[in-house]
Design a protein around this ligand. Structure first.
Ligand code: HH2
Length: 284
């Protein structure tokens, strides 16, 4: 996938951190997906297990029961990804129409190789139930980058051709770690692997842009901060953003694309025009 893309989040779960229970009914889920496509989603990311900090694991049969009917109903109308950590769910999702495995465990590249679909490797230092206890890094940007490049190279060696890397904002990271990763996103972009970023409604935004009384802004009040960080990520060269509110992100993506197209012709020699990324030193 070339260019800049918006991945709309479709959580078919009772307990996701910002929209748990809203799209549990398959008909409501499918209608919401269609709405996101109408608003500009290029990919719909279907998830049947919450990975919020402290989340309880869901068994495979239940996760399949949640996601497969929704994927089957949407197959053919939009590119679909499956947000899962389970190989069995990933395989069934591909059979139902998913063409990307969005893998927060970054372990499932063999399934992507076997099924011939795309794969997102996200950084997460430990299982969601305990990951916030593992938010310790000497140099978060270098450690996350090196981990992701290693995973991407393994996947490429196994035969996966459509590979994405994602710093895993909010996964086993403090607010400071999240901000450092965003501020130095160019380090990830500079690897040459396409970068996906998901800041949507995450807790650190509630602290960055708090309520008037200084308390954490609730998930429903994090739209502006989501749009600001999404636009920042795109300006740094992220090629896909994962969001709950598609319309403003799609607009930010159009602006990012437009500003690149209009300014690339003015770049001095030696700078790549491909997506505005400086050439040289990349993984491919
Ligand atoms: N964030 C969440 C879930 N999956 N996948 C990728 N690649 N990147 C992310 O940043 C990411 C992700 C968490 O958001 P959400 O799906 O809304 O919450 P929950 O895990 O509670 O369902």
């Amino acid at each position: 996938m070339r260019g800049t893309h918006v991945m709309g989040v479709l959580n078919v779960t009772p307990d996701s951190f910002s929209d748990g229970g809203r799209w549990l009914d398959p008909e409501a889920a499918v209608a919401h997906a269609r709405q996101m496509v109408a608003e500009g989603a290029d990919v719909v990311d279907v998830g049947g297990e919450s990975t919020r900090p402290g989340a309880r694991p869901v068994d495979e049969a239940e996760e399949l029961r949640r996601v497969v009917p929704v994927l089957e109903a949407l197959a053919g109308s939009v590119r679909l990804s499956i947000d899962t950590r389970k190989a069995g769910v990933a395989r069934a999702a591909v059979a139902a129409g998913a063409t990307i495995i969005n893998d927060v465990s970054a372990d499932l590249w063999p399934v992507a190789a076997e099924t011939g679909v795309g794969w997102v490797a996200m950084h997460m230092p430990a299982d969601p139930s305990v990951m916030q206890r593992h938010a310790h890094y000497e140099d978060v940007v270098t450690e996350v980058r090196d981990y992701l490049v290693d995973r991407a190279e393994r996947a490429r060696a196994a035969g996966v051709t459509d590979i994405w890397i994602d710093p895993g904002i909010g996964f086993g990271k403090t607010a400071r770690h999240n901000l450092l990763l965003l501020r130095h996103l160019d380090q990830l972009v500079g690897t040459g692997w396409p970068v996906l970023v998901g800041t949507s409604r995450k807790t650190f935004l509630g602290g960055l842009a708090p309520e008037r009384d200084g308390s954490l802004a609730p998930t429903g009040d994090r739209l502006e901060a989501t749009v600001a960080t999404t636009a920042w990520a795109l300006a740094q060269g992220a090629r896909m953003v994962r969001v709950h509110d598609v319309r403003p992100a799609a607009e930010a993506a159009v602006l990012a694309r437009g500003s690149r197209d209009r300014t690339d012709s003015a770049l001095p020699a030696g700078r790549s025009r491909r997506d505005g990324v400086t050439s040289g030193g990349g993984a491919r």
